[in-house]
Design a protein around this ligand. Structure first.
Ligand SMILES: [Fe+2]
Length: 291
């Protein structure tokens, strides 16, 4: 059994800045190395990559995708504005199902094999970190841990993401809440993740997050409000790379989502917000923000 984190410390950090910083066992240099193996995996032929795919991987949970996905930029037919992420992206959802079901496939190519080896290492540490966080919250909200980890396979998704970034300062991921319970931000190629949250004082605030080496950022998603009886609001976020540092090119990130598969599905509207909402107004007030 892993040791829980300190609940009051987590609670204070999330309330005052929208996220908590928690220890993570793997060095930043290793995370960079693993990300390079992810980018190498992406050089495999498209037909090969597409074989790494399991739809509805979690029983009874529709759209629970494990494996490789390529998604193209989508534009709203009426307004011509981008919907969701504004750039083309590729991602991979890795977890125990991927290890069990897709590892044999990965044996066929060295790039896939190396990526799977690194992804397995990171997944095991991410699962441990989620356990420590949920054990801490379980002290205050009994049953929260078991409800998640009593599942035959806990619904965790270690996501490796790669965007093609055009170098402008517009968001490459539009503001949203994550639909699950908790998200761990483990590594990104350069700073760009912004968190928007209602602080302890009831005012909205925004932070560009930077973390220490061997640490992960943890922030609540939409489901967490329900499982904590309204005690924690979800933290909204978007990605606006600091273009002066980054320029055009490739951006990667590694995150791990914890979703309660046994709760009602979260509609798209619930995790995006109108310009008229308090959070929408806050976003409009941030310099550099373009609607
Ligand atoms: Fe997100």
């Amino acid at each position: 059994m892993v040791a829980p984190l300190d609940y009051s410390k987590l609670e204070h950090q999330i309330c005052s800045r929208g996220f908590a910083e928690v220890d993570f066992a793997l060095e930043s240099s290793y995370m960079d190395f693993a990300a390079q193996s992810w980018l190498a995996f992406l050089t495999l032929p498209e037909d090969t990559k597409k074989q790494f795919f399991i739809n509805n991987a979690f029983e009874g949970v529709s759209d629970s995708i494990v494996g490789y996905v390529k998604s193209e930029r989508k534009l709203d037919e009426k307004t011509g504005h981008p919907i969701g992420s504004t750039d083309n992206k590729e991602y991979f959802h890795f977890n125990r199902i991927a290890i069990n079901e897709l590892s044999t496939l990965a044996l066929a190519d060295d790039r896939a094999l190396k990526f799977f080896a690194n992804a397995t290492n990171i997944y095991m540490e991410a699962e441990k970190t989620h356990k420590r966080i949920m054990l801490a919250f379980d002290q205050e909200f009994p049953g929260l841990y078991d409800r998640f980890f009593s599942a035959k396979v806990p619904e965790l998704y270690l996501r490796f993401l790669k965007y093609d970034f055009d170098g402008s300062d517009r968001p490459i991921a539009m503001p949203h809440y994550d639909k699950g319970a908790f998200t761990l931000a483990l590594a990104e190629s350069t700073p760009g993740l912004r968190l928007h949250y209602e602080g302890c004082d009831g005012n909205f605030d925004t932070t560009y997050v930077q973390k220490h080496p061997r640490a992960a950022l943890a922030f609540p998603g939409f489901q967490f409000q329900g499982v904590t009886e309204g005690s924690f609001l979800p933290t909204a976020h978007d990605v606006v790379p600091l273009s002066s540092q980054e320029g055009a090119g490739v951006r990667w990130s590694i995150v791990c989502f914890a979703d309660y598969g046994n709760l009602d599905p979260v509609p798209y509207q619930a995790i995006h917000f109108d310009d008229d909402s308090p959070l929408g107004k806050h976003l409009a007030s941030i310099p550099n923000w373009e609607n």
